[in-house]
Write a protein that binds this ligand. Structure first.
Ligand code: GLN
Length: 192
């Protein structure tokens, strides 16, 4: 039987590693660049990249409105790094014309852990994830500064949430598609 059809928003950013992980886990990975692409998927991943650019391209591609509608209807979504910023309700240190989709009730600060050279890796204890800590790569990562009442915090760095979930929407500050620990994607697929 074919696995779920998972769209990877492919407007800008690090899409290929997500596709490889999805392939390795038996899902069907589909690039999403148009509203027609989006209509055909069972779930969506918003990758890392540059949230300001992706926000601009969501408008020019015509994807913003249909994506917001499907998210409001419960489309399972995983947002990594810039993808987390795009799914948040509020963004700090964004560009004034950058808009997010408001699919998870959190406030996110861009580049909160510093610049490119401050990128780091960490082993995270993730709530409900068996078999030990998750190895996580942070690259110009956002931090979560406010979490709404319906949001679960699944992992932190110090006291900062870096992995959160609300309903069918999961977001993380880091890049679970880099490295060979596929458990976050695996759990996402199991919940579709
Ligand atoms: N700093 C980037 C942004 O604001 C996100 C970085 C990333 O996705 N690795 O969009």
């Amino acid at each position: 039987m074919d696995g779920p059809k998972v769209g990877v928003l492919a407007l800008q950013g690090a899409t290929e590693p997500h596709r490889l992980v999805l392939d390795a886990l038996g899902a069907t990975a589909v690039d999403v660049r148009t509203p027609e692409d989006l209509a055909a998927v069972d779930a969506v991943i918003l990758p890392g990249g540059e949230s300001t650019t992706i926000s601009f391209l969501l408008d020019s591609s015509g994807l913003r409105v249909p994506l917001a509608e499907r998210l409001a209807d419960g489309l399972p979504a995983l947002g990594t790094c810039a993808g987390m910023i795009l799914l948040a309700t509020e963004v700090l240190d964004g560009r004034p014309d950058q808009e997010s989709l408001g699919a998870i009730d959190i406030t996110v600060r861009r580049n909160a852990f510093g610049r490119q050279r401050d990128s780091f890796e960490a082993d995270l204890a993730v709530a409900g994830l068996p078999d030990g800590p998750l190895h996580a790569v942070f690259i110009r990562a956002p931090a979560v500064e406010r979490v709404g009442p319906g949001v679960e915090v699944l992992a932190t760095v110090g006291d900062r949430p870096v992995l959160c979930r609300q309903g069918a929407v999961t977001v993380c500050s880091f890049h679970p598609e880099l490295g060979d620990d596929l458990r976050l994607h695996q759990r996402f697929l199991e919940e579709i």
